[in-house]
Design a binder for this molecule. Sequence first.
Ligand SMILES: *Cc1c(COP(=O)(O)O)cnc(C)c1O
Length: 289
Amino acid sequence: MQQVRDNLFLKREDLIGEGISGNKYRKLKYNILEAKRLGYTKIVTFGGAYSNHILAASYIKKKHDIEVVGVIRGEELLTKVKENPTLLQAQKNGMQFYFVTREQYRNKASESFIIELKEKFGEFYLLPEGGTNPLAIKGCEEILTKETKQYDYICCPVGTGGTLAGLINSSELKQHVIGFSALKGDFLSKEVATLVTKVNWSINCDYHFGGYAKVTKELIDFLNEFKTVTGITLDPIYNGKMMFGIYDLLKKDFFPKNTSILAIHTGGLQSIDGMNLLLQKKGLPLINK
Ligand SMILES: *Cc1c(COP(=O)(O)O)cnc(C)c1O
């Protein structure tokens, strides 16, 4: 646990694993074991152009010699792999891509689409978007340990809610778990509620900065300042927004005096290169790594 300031500590999940790091390591761990146990030689999964999950899944091919197909949102990317650091690395790791339209992607969980995938790729172990399923949640339960029981608040960023659900499951009842949504809208609380039985948690939706993967100059300035002061790099899509939120809540005295906060650094630093390419095009400051 690394102290960031006063009563705020960071669990550095960004430092675990090689290639597959952060919460994606936790989410894939039991899924890889299960795919192997069931004798699958191929995994199919889904993601967007800069997805941490897609990159993490590509390492399954490299490390475990299981074929991995990434169903990627956006047909136009087919000819742009070289300009996309995430997809380029995933391809180098041996991932096979299947680019689909946004409409096809929206229907990716439908029976007809899964049948189409089976006709195309044969039998496979299916990993949902973002990698969230019961085995992923089980893996995320292992983020909390004996050493984390002393903290009053546990904070993490939220995409699909799988990581948050795991943390809630393994939290102490006296701890409060707060997820910071990286997406606009407050539909996530409902979804997470279906995954857990405890009630010691909440989702804060105030720090999405316009929506998923959207950033502002204020956020980038914060990331760079945080890096200068602490030496820790945060990704702009998840951890940067969570940490901005925690700092803002500290300023507003949201956390009662003498309480301690443990934030989970879920990794995802690979997205910085892709984000910096976009920032450069927009003439905005870049993120220091
Ligand atoms: C995927 C991801 C998340 C979101 O995790 P969920 O379990 O989908 O909520 C958070 N942080 C990083 C770095 C991620 O890659």
